[in-house]
Design a protein around this ligand. Structure first.
Ligand code: ACO
Length: 190
């Protein structure tokens, strides 16, 4: 398993993983916006152990190859021989209404494919993003939202990564669930 920076070539697979793992989904252009604006901040976990995993993949994408033929592509393939098993999509907060705030980052989305969970991958992806936010973009803190019912993610953020709960945002999600708004200062101890 490898963790590396996400590139523009990864975004189909990141979107696919997001669709598998979370109800909060984004248009392709929003992934592009992240990768083009902050190319250092988002990361993917990949594996070359594709034989074991391929039994899992249920759907394929219709793509057009360079000769104009339609080919079926397993959307979890990142590059030949490489498969995406997790990602973190991160950005700087560029809300003009918060321009007076010190530089700060935001975790837009994080997920790990089911068969690769509880191996420490999400923690590793998050630590890479937090380090890059601080070291590359000078973020003084980072924020995110998480569903109140999401025990796994809450454990990761609150207990493992020491985020604090700032507030509860009522009906933040489309289905009416409340969100914890969380924040972590990005100082020396990470
Ligand atoms: N229940 C309780 N604790 C858990 C669970 C669980 N189901 N899963 C992981 N943890 C704990 C681990 O034990 C570990 O704790 P430790 O530091 O005390 O040992 C910690 O969380 C980190 O575990 P990882 O192995 O790094 O987490 P994993 O790779 O399994 O990924 C994730 C966690 C991303 C939440 C995964 O379960 C997932 O993809 N879920 C679906 C998508 C999701 O909910 N994403 C987060 C949404 S919020 C957002 O995107 C900003």
């Amino acid at each position: 398993i490898t963790i590396r920076r996400a590139t523009i070539d990864d975004i189909i697979c990141m979107q696919n993983a997001n669709l598998h793992n979370l109800p909060e989904n984004y248009m392709m252009k929003y992934y592009m916006y992240h990768i083009l604006s902050w190319p250092e901040l988002s990361f993917v976990a990949t594996t070359t152990d594709i034989e074991v995993e391929s039994a899992d993949s249920s759907d394929t994408l219709d793509c057009t190859d360079s000769s104009g033929n339609t080919v079926k592509l397993d959307p979890t393939y990142v590059r030949p021989g490489e498969k995406l098993i997790g990602y973190v999509l991160a950005k700087m907060n560029d809300d003009p209404e918060q321009a007076s705030e010190p530089a700060n980052g935001h975790i837009t989305s994080l997920s790990v494919m089911r068969t690769y969970r509880r191996m420490g991958l999400a923690e590793k992806l998050m630590r890479q993003a937090l380090l890059a936010l601080r070291e590359v973009n000078g973020a003084t803190y980072v924020s995110l939202h998480v569903r109140q019912s999401n025990r796994a993610a809450l454990h990761l953020y609150r207990d493992t990564l020491k985020f604090e709960v700032l507030s509860i945002e009522k009906s933040y999600y489309q289905d009416g669930e409340d969100a914890y708004s969380m924040k972590k200062m990005l100082d020396i101890d990470q």
